[in-house]
Design a binder for this molecule. Structure first.
Ligand code: ADP
Length: 850
């Protein structure tokens, strides 16, 4: 606000001053022009005279034209009169008066102007004389020699006009400065003599010092003015009144025109506005102050109200507390009047009396509780003011109709000095106290029994000294020292800890006590009989309010047996581990041997298979030749063969065919084993395979008077596989069935499930003992060696069949029991897309042959 005000005032003032500047500057310029014009006219007068021939003649520039001095004087007189000058003089360049008008004034005042005109070679003015009233204005113009060629014209002398300044020049200056109240115009001389005011003052001067100082302020202002321009500023005037002024130098003169105005007038409007503004500001401030005071009062009121509310709330809270405290005190409280009437009572007394508050209020004490001599004691308390404590009575509880031992305290209270005295009676039911005491004792006993009966030592010790303050009896049984020793020996426990465990135990306990942390640890202690006993301590650290450990409470258990069991267990584990390790080593060795054997066997097997394959091939060629020729001979191609030879050749032919079959089988097997048997996968019909086999064996079946039954489902999916090899498998199974079955039937069944064909051949033959059921699938294995000769066969058929089935991704197996016939079954996927290599499997399954 103040800042705004200041800003506003400053702006206003600046505007007022600017206005004043314009005004005064205009005035100064107008007045200056007036004075300059007037001076120019005077100069023109003088110059006119200066060019007159008489003057020139006087100054010796021309021959005197017969005119006399008298004529010149009369000319000067005329001129002076015509123009209103007080005197006219003609001087030579040295300042000597050569002629003057007849007014015959003393020479002198014109001298300075004349000298200046000679010096400057041009018109000059000067004011001389004592004070403005008698001041005389001199106007001097030089008289030049007439022009003679180029160059400056020499000065012959000076014409000086004189007139009183007070009646000529000064009125031009001092006439009232238009439109102002305090305005004043002054002529100041700066240079061309001492600085001074020339024109008369409008007001009385405050003395020469004031005038002097005033001139100085004007001089400063003039110096700041531009050449031939006007300056404006603040000055002090000759009265020492500060004012604003515009100054303007007058051309060709050492004078400055000063137009000034008192500051009061200059800023009057501003002050007027300022006063108004001040008034406004003052009322604003007043209003603001009033508002503040109003607010402050309101704040005070609010504070007071708030304090009052807080106080009331505190009282309410206190009352609430008091009521709660009263209600929770276990002792009975009764507030009584002087004449022992009940004023109030707490919950405990009502419980004791067995009455409600309404029943007891206002009634005499005697109706509730009768105690001998109580009235007398009450009076005593009221009289002396000293309370009576803990008096034991047997009180009769009127409402309950029973008596109780009670402890009564009586005390007089007076809440305020003007309040009637009251009696407070505190009643404690000793019967209840006794019961509580009894309960406590029982609880303690229970606790003691519990502690003493525990299978652990219960103890309490000081945290700093580790000295026991309580030890249960179990301690005696554990270490064999009486409890007394534990309690009285200062360092009993530490002394019993096994020397090897002592450092660790001490460190553990100290650390736990330091941080106040519950802990458990195990250690060995030495019993009275020298035994080492393993103990486990579980310790609770009791801390005080600042968290420092003050007491230790612990359980100590004898864990010797557990430790020993654990030790034994550890030994046992170590033993077993060692055994396991040894067994493991053996196993590894055995495995390595087995792997090596298997690798060797595989190598041998592959070599053998290769050899057999090669050999079979080599054998087949000559065999075919033998059989071919035998057949040719038997067919009588080489002529009629005698019967004897035919019989021999017949045996050769049979043996040869047998041998060829054997060779073919060996070749197949070898190929399989060597991984050279490749299935020719193509589409086939399982039904066709079965029917083809049935057809092939038809004659054999008939020959042995057996029955052949074929069970084909009506629709079988088209198969994909090696039809020739599958036919070989089925032929082998059916062939075996026929071969080993003497009577009964052979059934061939085909089923399909899960994209798999299942083909089984069942016979009513001798069956195969369980122990032989695996063997028969191995090469050259037959159930009964003699049977081979009896039935014929190589013992290779099933081995080859199984491998072929496996190459198809299927399985071949037998279910049989001696005397119950056999069922050989195999499965193959309906569609075999990829050949399965079974060489490794076959080699692994085979036992090394002797
Ligand atoms: P073999 O050429 O000796 O018949 P196989 O490998 O076909 O060779 O048969 C091996 C052996 O399995 C036979 O020698 C025979 O002891 C037994 N065997 C095979 N099929 C039957 C069957 N249907 N009933 C009883 N024993 C059989």
């Amino acid at each position: 606000m103040a800042g705004f005000m200041r800003y506003h005032i400053e702006t206003e003032r600046r505007a007022a001053v600017a206005q004043l500047r314009t005004r005064l500057t205009t005035l100064a310029e107008d007045r200056g022009r007036l004075v300059s014009d007037w001076l120019s006219t005077r100069r023109a007068d003088a110059e006119l005279l200066a060019t007159s021939p008489s003057i020139r003649a006087l100054l010796g520039a021309q021959e005197a034209g017969g005119e006399t001095q008298a004529q010149l004087v009369s000319q000067l007189d005329r001129t002076a009169r015509a123009y209103g000058y007080s005197a006219i003089a003609v001087l030579d360049t040295a300042g000597r008066t050569l002629a003057r008008d007849s007014s015959a004034a003393a020479p002198g005042p014109e001298a300075p102007a004349a000298a200046a005109a000679v010096r400057s070679g041009t018109f000059r003015v000067a004011i001389g004389g004592e004070g403005p009233e008698r001041a005389s204005l001199s106007i001097a113009v030089p008289v030049h020699a007439s022009r003679r060629g180029a160059g400056t014209r020499p000065i012959l002398g000076v014409v000086v006009f004189r007139m009183p300044a007070g009646t000529s020049l000064f009125p031009l200056v001092t006439s009232a400065t238009a439109g102002t109240r305090t305005g004043e115009t002054l002529l100041v001389r700066l240079g061309g003599g001492p600085t001074a005011y020339l024109s008369p003052f409008r007001y009385e001067s405050a003395g020469w010092q004031a005038t002097e100082r005033s001139v100085q302020t004007v001089e400063a202002l003039v110096r700041a003015a531009p050449p031939n321009g006007t300056a404006f500023g603040e000055v002090a005037d000759y009265r020492m009144v500060s004012g604003f002024a515009a100054v303007r130098q007058l051309a060709s003169t050492p004078w400055t025109l000063l137009v000034k105005m008192d500051q009061d007038e200059g800023l009057a409007e501003f002050y007027q506005a300022g006063r108004l503004a001040g008034l406004a500001a003052a009322s604003l401030i007043l209003a603001f102050g009033a508002l503040l005071i109003g607010l402050w009062r309101q704040h005070q009121r609010t504070l007071l109200l708030r304090a009052q509310i807080a106080q009331e709330r505190a009282i309410l809270t206190l009352k609430g507390y008091a009521e709660k405290i009263l209600a929770s005190i276990p002792s009975g409280l009764l507030l009584l009047t002087r004449d022992l009437r009940v004023l109030s009572g707490n919950r405990a007394i009502l419980d004791l009396l067995g009455m409600t508050l309404d029943e007891v209020m206002g009634g005499p004490l005697d109706d509730l509780l009768r105690v001998d001599t109580l009235a007398q004691r009450a009076r005593e308390v009221m009289r002396t003011g000293a309370p009576l404590h803990d008096m034991l009575f047997v009180a009769q509880l009127v409402s309950r109709g029973e008596t109780r031992p009670v402890r009564i305290t009586l005390t007089g209270i007076r809440l305020a000095t003007d309040d009637a005295a009251r009696l407070l009676m505190i009643v404690e039911d000793l019967a209840q106290e006794e019961r509580l005491h009894e309960e406590r004792r029982a609880s303690e006993e229970r606790f003691r029994d519990l502690v003493q009966g525990l299978d652990a030592i219960v103890w309490e010790a000081q945290a700093d000294t580790l000295r026991f303050t309580f030890v249960s009896e179990r301690a005696e049984a554990v270490l064999g020292y009486p409890v007394d020793r534990w309690l009285t020996d200062r360092a009993f426990w530490m002394g019993r800890v096994h020397p090897e465990d002592r450092d660790a135990v001490v460190a553990r306990v100290r650390a736990a006590v330091l941080v106040g942390e519950d802990h458990a640890f195990e250690y060995r202690a030495l019993a009275a009989d020298g035994r080492a006993v393993w103990l486990r301590d579980m310790v609770h650290v009791v801390r005080d309010s600042v968290g420092r450990a003050v007491q230790l409470r612990g359980l100590t258990m004898d864990i010797t047996e557990r430790k020993q069991a654990a030790d034994r267990l550890e030994e046992l584990v170590a033993e077993r581990t060692e055994e396991l390790r040894r067994a493991n080593t053996h196993l590894e060795q055995a495995l390595t041997a087995a792997r090596e054997a298997r690798e060797a066997a595989e190598v041998a097997s592959r070599a053998k298979s290769q050899f057999l394959a090669n050999m079979s091939h080599e054998l087949r060629t000559p065999m075919n030749a033998i059989l071919g020729y035998t057949e040719l001979i038997l067919d009588n191609t080489y002529g009629e063969a005698p019967e004897k030879i035919r019989a021999v050749l017949g045996r050769v032919d049979r043996s040869g065919h047998h041998l060829l079959g054997l060779i073919n089988d060996v070749l197949d097997l070898s190929k399989i084993e060597a991984g050279q048997l490749v299935l020719g996968l193509a589409a086939y019909s399982m039904a066709d395979v079965v029917r083809g086999v049935a057809q092939a064996v038809e004659a054999l079946v008939k020959e042995k008077t057996l029955e052949l039954e074929v069970a084909l489902p009506p629709e079988l999916p088209a198969g994909r596989g090696d039809e020739r090899r599958l036919t070989q498998v089925l032929l082998n199974l059916v062939g075996n069935a026929i071969k080993f079955t003497e009577a009964g039937r052979i059934s061939v069944r085909v089923g399909v499930a899960d994209d798999t064909f299942c083909v089984s051949v069942t016979d009513t033959g001798p069956g195969i003992a369980p122990e032989d059921q695996q063997k028969i699938f191995e090469e050259f294995q037959q159930v009964d060696g003699s049977n081979t000769r009896a039935k014929g066969g190589t013992g290779l058929g099933l081995a080859i069949a199984r491998r072929i089935v496996e190459l198809h991704g299927g399985r071949l197996w037998v279910e049989s029991a001696p005397g119950r016939g056999s069922t050989f079954s195999f499965t193959v996927p309906v569609r075999v897309e990829r050949r399965t290599r079974v060489v490794g499997v076959a080699a692994e399954r085979r036992r090394p042959q002797a």
